[in-house]
Design a protein around this ligand. Structure first.
Ligand code: SF4
Length: 362
């Protein structure tokens, strides 16, 4: 009986650390009175049973302790930290993220592309007639007759309106704003948004730009007494103002050159000429910002301002987005992209053949 009692104890669950069990069996038990009749003097016997317990694996039960895991345990088990769901206020330096350097290239190891000076000279020759729209209607021409403070604001608004818009369309909008005395922060702030929208139409995204004009005017009145911000970071924080515009405004309005103004023409032509590449590879740059960074690595700083109107005008007249006029381009012997994007050869199709046959028969 005593042995069975001891064995029964060993089968109890979760007995992890018991190494000995003391069992006290009283001889008054009716079942075993006969066996112990001869030893009546042993009213109580004490037997110590030593049992080596096998260490049992912890049961996989969801207990209270399992629910209340420490953060460290949660990480170990691959659970997300609650911090990952927390709302974070946008950084105050958000504008700087737009201007974050993309590449990490050792500038001292970047060599200028071969023949770049001859190429630049050739483009200057082709541009000497100054017959491109940018020469008379570019952003930097806006409000040229106004006093300095108003002129700076006019350049800022002209830059805002210039994205996705041709120079002549933008110029027309600026002229209408000027005629209606709506090219100053104080008058724009008070003006009706629909009036601004009608005046700037048909510039690209005129509705959104009219809204941004109002916002910019309000900020400039509140923080800059109707003038414009003096730093690149502050300009980038204005609604609708990106790096291309901010650099142009810094150059034109404040005569403070901090970077090249790279628009779609400068971006395209620099890639066609092989002047820029992605992170030091031979790959073309994908965005104007990448182009700006790559170009700034080697182009002398005195060229940072004139390169924009030079290449914009070149892109409007000869090195156009579609079918560039490589045949009249005087640097076609130096350009790695010469004639590669020229007018594609016409291929004869069945339809065309039928048309020509019908023409012959008629
Ligand atoms: S050769 Fe053609 S692609 Fe090259 S710069 Fe001249 S126009 Fe542009």
């Amino acid at each position: 009986m005593l042995l069975s009692l001891a064995l029964a104890q060993t089968n109890l669950p979760n007995r992890m650390h018991t190494t000995a069990i003391s069992v006290k069996a009283e001889t008054t038990s009716t079942e075993h009175n006969a066996n112990f009749e001869s030893s009546k003097d042993r009213s109580v016997s004490e037997i110590r049973v030593f049992v080596r317990k096998k260490r049992l694996r912890k049961p996989e039960l969801v207990t209270e302790n399992a629910v209340k895991l420490e953060p460290q345990d949660q990480k170990l088990r691959g659970l997300p930290d609650i911090e990952e769901f927390a709302y974070r206020k946008p950084s105050d330096n958000l504008s700087l993220t737009k201007f974050k350097p993309i590449s990490k290239i050792d500038e001292t190891k970047v060599k200028p592309p071969p023949n770049w000076e001859r190429v630049l000279e050739g483009i200057r020759k082709m541009r000497s007639s100054e017959d491109a729209p940018v020469d008379s209607m570019g952003c930097e021409k806006a409000g040229s007759s106004l006093p300095p403070k108003e002129r700076r604001f006019a350049v800022l608004i002209s830059s805002l309106l210039s994205s996705q818009t041709k120079d002549n369309v933008n110029h027309g909008a600026i002229q209408r704003l000027l005629e209606n005395d709506l090219l100053k922060a104080e008058t724009i702030e008070k003006a009706d948004e629909s009036t601004l929208k009608n005046l700037i139409y048909p510039v690209g995204f005129y509705t959104r730009k009219a809204t941004n004009m109002k916002k910019i005017a309000k900020i400039c009145m509140l923080k800059y007494d109707g003038d414009i911000p003096e730093t690149l970071e502050a300009l980038l924080s204005l609604p609708g103002i990106g790096p291309k515009m901010a650099h142009l405004v810094m150059n034109v309005a404040w005569n403070n050159v901090q970077g090249i103004c790279v628009d779609t023409h400068v971006h395209r032509i620099c890639n066609r000429l092989g002047w820029v590449s992605r992170n030091g590879s031979k790959e073309r740059t994908k965005t104007p910002e990448e182009t700006r960074e790559s170009l700034q690595l080697w182009l002398p700083k005195e060229e940072w301002v004139p390169i924009n109107p030079l290449l914009v005008g070149f892109g409007q007249t000869i090195c156009t987005p579609l079918r560039p006029s490589c045949d009249i381009c005087i640097i076609n012997d130096l350009c790695p992209s010469a004639f590669r994007e020229a007018t594609p050869k016409k291929t004869k199709t069945k339809t065309k053949t039928k048309v020509s046959e019908s023409q012959v028969s008629s």
